[in-house]
Design a protein around this ligand. Structure first.
Ligand SMILES: [Zn+2]
Length: 122
């Protein structure tokens, strides 16, 4: 009925893991109750806080590295650090969280899908 879809292609485009058409998010990070295109129930496949942990670790590593480099090389005033890193952390975490969360949800759907198919065939 639905051709197999790469969890990464659905995830990076923030689309439904089953049909690849319907949008996964209703707000910035709110997962819709179901897919607007194929009706897949999203309420059971929530990635929870998993993606946030990944994003915080990766982004924290990048920002701390850049801030250290800037401090050691140019010794800028403290306000410059704030002006530079605050928007980067905010924009970066929101920008990374969406595709990250969508990919984790797609992977979760993929792995649960096999057992669901067996149930449907009974
Ligand atoms: Zn769908």
């Amino acid at each position: 009925m639905y051709p197999p879809l790469s969890p990464f292609s659905a995830g990076l485009r923030c689309r439904c893991p089953r049909c690849g058409e319907g949008k996964l998010f209703s707000g910035l990070l709110n997962v819709r109750p179901s897919c607007p295109a194929c009706g897949l129930d999203f309420s059971k496949i929530d990635a929870g806080d998993g993606p946030a942990v990944f994003v915080i670790l990766i982004l924290g590593f990048i920002v701390v590295g850049l801030a250290l480099w800037l401090e050691l090389k140019y010794e800028p005033p403290f306000w410059l650090h704030m002006v530079l890193w605050a928007p980067l952390i905010l924009g970066g975490s929101i920008g990374m969280l969406r595709p990250f969360k969508a990919t984790l949800i797609a992977l979760q759907y993929r792995h649960k899908a096999s057992s669901d198919i067996e149930l449907l065939n009974e």
